[in-house]
Design a protein around this ligand. Structure first.
Ligand SMILES: *[C@@H]1O[C@H](CO)[C@@H](O)[C@H](O)[C@H]1NC(C)=O
Ligand SMILES: *[C@@H]1O[C@H](CO)[C@@H](O)[C@H](O)[C@H]1NC(C)=O
Length: 333
């Protein structure tokens, strides 16, 4: 029975994700409930299409095909959905897809040591595994041709190396929904790769790690010409968001990438530890320590429009483990 533990999940999730998961678990009387909900809360009326979509996505038959992924999904999303836009469920990670930018908003993974090594036969990663996800409508889909000659790598959000226990899990990380344009040398091959290795080290050491990865389009101060009625131009500093788009499908090149990492304590009843990283999508000098990129999770939420842990007071989960400085990590066991 895959639904054991749902009580805990529902307790932890709040607001709309509470309802989405609730809807999924109570498929049969969903419409009845929705009707009642609309009477009680007009907001449900405005998001009813999303709720129907979500219900389709969580169709039990679809979940059966994915073999046990229903319980896996509630496991991966234990700390809540950072956002609810176009949720896509894969067998070992879950993402929210940004149709405008053709890159995910976020990708959530739950890692434990057994994810990192093959179970039985060797799991291979191959060039030809990169492929568009045909479940995305074609006018919102990125394609292999977008990345070709773009000068950018096809960078993984959920790293392939985190999903080595099954060939299917590894293959799915190569869907372009989990891929974003990344600077190769100095970023994807180097600093970003080091961050991914660090996450795997945490997993080996602590056993249970949740990681949410996504792009950022960060505003910066720029000089802009402003013309007045006499057509004289003056230069004024303004906040602007600027990013490149590549290929016929105009796939956005994020200015930065983030990872929000939650490490569960090995001690019974111990609070989880959380930290966040924000790295520019640019060559980063090889002697830079990844801890230089520690970021305040509230800044990431603000820029990305996401909310981690569904707005529950972080101290509820994390106690004093919520880092305001990198020093706290030293005290975590
Ligand atoms: C590994 O494979 C065996 C047999 O195929 C299976 O019973 C077991 O659950 C698998 N373990 C993991 C962690 O997937
Ligand atoms: C994984 O991808 C490779 C290359 O596309 C393919 O040959 C193989 O059948 C896939 N395996 C699974 C289990 O999906």
């Amino acid at each position: 029975m895959p639904f054991v533990g749902v009580g805990l999940t529902l307790l932890i999730l709040t607001g709309s994700s509470f309802f989405v998961l609730g809807a999924y678990y109570q498929h049969n009387d969903f419409l009845h409930k929705l009707h009642r909900l609309i009477q009680e809360d007009p907001y449900a009326f405005y998001i009813r299409d999303k709720l129907y979509d979500t219900l389709q996505l969580f169709n039990p038959r679809y979940l059966e095909q994915l073999d046990g992924s229903s319980s896996r999904m509630s496991e991966i999303m234990k700390y809540g959905f950072p956002g609810l836009d176009d949720i896509r469920v894969y067998s070992d990670f879950i993402l929210s897809y940004d149709r405008r930018n053709r890159v995910a908003h976020w990708v959530y993974e739950h890692l434990h040591a057994s994810c990192l090594k093959p179970n039985g036969s060797r799991v291979r990663r191959q060039e030809e595994q990169y492929q568009p996800d045909m479940n995305v409508p074609s006018n919102f889909r990125s394609d292999l041709t977008d990345y070709k000659h773009s000068g950018y790598d096809r960078g993984h959000l959920a790293a392939a190396g985190n999903h080595k226990s099954h060939q299917t899990h590894c293959n799915e990380t190569f869907f372009l929904t989990n891929i974003a344009p990344q600077v190769g040398k100095g970023f994807n091959h180097d600093a970003w790769n080091n961050l991914e290795i660090y996450v795997r080290e945490l997993t080996e050491r602590y056993g249970s790690v949740y990681v949410c990865t996504g792009p950022i389009y960060k505003p910066k101060r720029q000089l802009r010409g402003v013309r007045d009625l006499e057509n004289t131009q003056t230069m004024v500093e303004k906040w602007c968001v600027e990013y490149e788009v590549i290929g016929a499908n105009t796939v956005a090149v994020p200015t930065h990438f983030f990872k929000v990492i939650t490490v569960e304590s090995k001690l019974p009843g111990g609070s989880p530890y959380m930290e966040a990283y924000l790295m520019p999508n640019a060559p980063i000098s090889s002697n830079t320590n990844i801890r230089d990129f520690l970021a305040d999770i509230r800044d990431i939420e603000h820029i990305a429009g996401l909310q981690f842990f569904n707005g529950l007071r972080r101290s509820f989960f994390f106690g004093t483990n919520y880092p305001t400085s990198s020093g706290i990590y030293r005290n975590f066991e």
